[in-house]
Unconditional design. Sequence first.
Length: 293
Amino acid sequence: MPSLFRRKRLMIVLMGFIILVVLIGFSIRDRDNLSTPEKFLQDTVGWMQTIIQQPLSFVENTSNNVQNMFQVYEQNQVLRERLSEYKGVIEDNQRLEGENQELRETIGKTEALSDYSPIQATVIARSSDRWFEQMTINRGEEHGVEKDMAVMTSDGLIGKIKSAGAFHSTVQLLSGFDQSSKISSWVVREDDDEAFGLIEGYDTKSGRLLLEGIKLDETIEEGDTVVSSGLGGVFPSNLRIGTVEEVENDQFGLTKTAYVEPFADLFDINHVMVVERTMETVDNSTMNEGDGS
């Protein structure tokens, strides 16, 4: 009797296994259409996933929206601050443009102090005995070059035209400047107006320009930028000259002298630009300056 029950159980297990294998094979075969039970099961699983996914998506989207709102608020605050700064810059720019235009109309000039046309030139010679003072370029009067015009590279000012021939000119480098050669300049400061001074020489020991004639009450700091002022009548304004490295009182204690590191390399020069100022020359007698710069 017990053996009969064991055989029945074994037969039931075998039949169940066979039915399971048949169902598995039936479900994994390639078919274009699913059976009704399979469709029901698939749809049920899909709806359950949808029901579960919707609240999760809602919570996730809500969390992202809240984070985005905080980020947008912070960005909005930053943009408002910058917009206020830009408004101030725009207003200052408009005011300066208006004043500039008014001054031009007053003196009957349409060009600005900073307007110029570059004349491209190549260095063709440097005298061995005056290597640090002069060089020769392949442009002259026939190309529009005139005495005392500014000469610069892409980095900044390097000197001025000492003499101009028909097709070639001699350039006096900043390293060859003395008190007979002057460039009216501005010291550009971040939190204050420009301070006036004159480039009047070159310190051969330190390799720096001498910016002299600065008022004692002017605060000049290391790193301030020096540019041409355009007040001399030949040089346009805003030509880059160098940066202040040191400031000291002159020997008489009446003015300050700044030591300026030139932006441009005065020794390795191959190509230059002669700056032809487009604005009419200002009468130097009214500028109280002894140079054409």
